[in-house]
Design a protein around this ligand. Sequence first.
Ligand code: F6R
Length: 610
Amino acid sequence: MCGIVGYCGYRDCSDVLVDTLSKLEYRGYDSAGIAVFENGEIKVKKSKGKLKDLKAKMEQCGKPVGKAGIGHTRWATHGKPSDINSHPHSGEKVAIVHNGIIENYKQLKEFLISHGETFVSDTDTEVVAKLLGYFYKKNPENPLATIQSTVNELEGSFALGIVFEDFPDVVYATRRQSPLIVGVGKDEYFIASDVTAIISYTKNYYLIDHDEIVEMKQDGVVIYDEYGEEKTKELMTADWDAESAKKGGFPHFMIKEIHEQPNAINMTIKPRIFDGMPNLEECGITRENIKDFKNIYIVACGTAMHAGMVGKYVIEKLARVPVVVDIASEYRYRNPIVGEGDLVIIISQSGETADSLEALKLSKKMGAKTLAIVNVKGSSIAREADMLIYTHAGPEIAVASTKAYIVQLAVMYLFAFQLALAKETINENQCRFLTQELESTPKVIEKILAEKLDMTQFIATKLISADSLLYIGRGLDYALSMEGSLKLKEISYIHSESYAAGELKHGTISLITENTPVIAVATQKNLLEKTVSNIKEVKARGAKVILVTREDFSVDKEAYDYLITLPKMHDILMPIPTAVPLQLIAYYTSVERGNDVDQPRNLAKSVTVE
Ligand code: F6R
């Protein structure tokens, strides 16, 4: 998704803008640009491609020199990636950068054309720039009123960085739906789409609410509410530092983040376990206030939805409450049967995913209680939900989610244990045992990381020329296979599908030909025999089987070609260790194929548009 930044301070603004934009590269982008006040004039530089292309352009034609300005990385929505479509866009005496989508841009464009405006780009953003110019002409003394009049006309989502030619060295910003923060340093201020951009300059920031307007100068920042009244905001402090957002000696963020999983689990579960028992009171969850829920919906997108799939199996098994898992973009448009007495759990790493946020709002409107499981502090989903459990994965930079997924699983377990206690479907001793097993997962992952890197790398070399592969499993292994399959396809670009092993015979087995790779996951004792029968069926049809199972299970050698064994844990906890080799296989396959592991093509880290 697009990233926006802005700066007012004592440093070279162009350098700061490019540097802060480089921290947002992980969001995905295809062009970049900046606008800087140089001797009172707005100088714009922009380019299709990566930041290095913008830098090369500035080396050739000179970079703007000044102390205040705005910058942008663009992930194309309206109009292809090109120099012209790149931001900043300009109107009468104004330049802007924008993250989001203006839904009524066509009507606004027609209106502006009828008033003599002309357009050079295909973007919705240029319409906002021209509309700002239109209102500014009517009231050139008052940028605040200009911004208010403009946003009043906009439908959709936006975070905007704005500079007016007549107000040199002042940066304005506002937002609706799309995220925006203001970084507060010493004699310098920043705007950014997220904290990652500014963390190497300051850890202090304000969260900007819908329709608030920021007025930022080198000597201070003022935030106005939608009525133009000055607001006092709480200054937040990030609980991680610039080092967390660096590769720290690893070749890619993804592999670094895979290695951070043991610590991420500890950080997430330790503060929620007292005396060997789960305790989610600080998140507003007590046995008393969850015991009466009759139905649970888990709504999310992508990897977060897959964490929900594991959650479904675990909650249903332990707490005996029916759980429906839904894709947020489907849920919100299908008039879901949800209401009072139901709990809707929204899972999201970023806390900004547009469909998940809307699903949350809809659920609240329909009378359900909502619980958000979110990684990014102060994000929109975190702020909207009735109950909130933060995961503590730290910043996740690689587009492919790994450590955020693992901690989503960890939270699913804590919640399921707590619910099962509340429902009295497990007793305290059983809960203590399961909690202990959960607490041991970081050590188990460390062991896997110490022992399985070579094997997963070797397996990757067997997958690189495959056209397509299958992941199969039953029960929790099936839920986990979905995530293994998504991870592989998003970064290796090899098609793959996950399938419930028992369902293969009903159609999909016809895809198996000589040497089709099949990754079979078999970690559940009660399902082992059945899964092995399914594995033998694909093996008999020529599949190359990679079996992921437990070291205490013995499986006929004829059933597989390559074997990955995992330490023994209670069946229900097995998804946590099992996720790791599946992540590694995807990672190494992408590396072997020479792909951009951390920024796979066409993908964005935070999907703030529908
Ligand atoms: C895949 C991946 C995505 C996200 C999805 C939801 O590796 O990361 O599928 O899980 O876009 O994002 P969040 O969790 O931010 O709501």
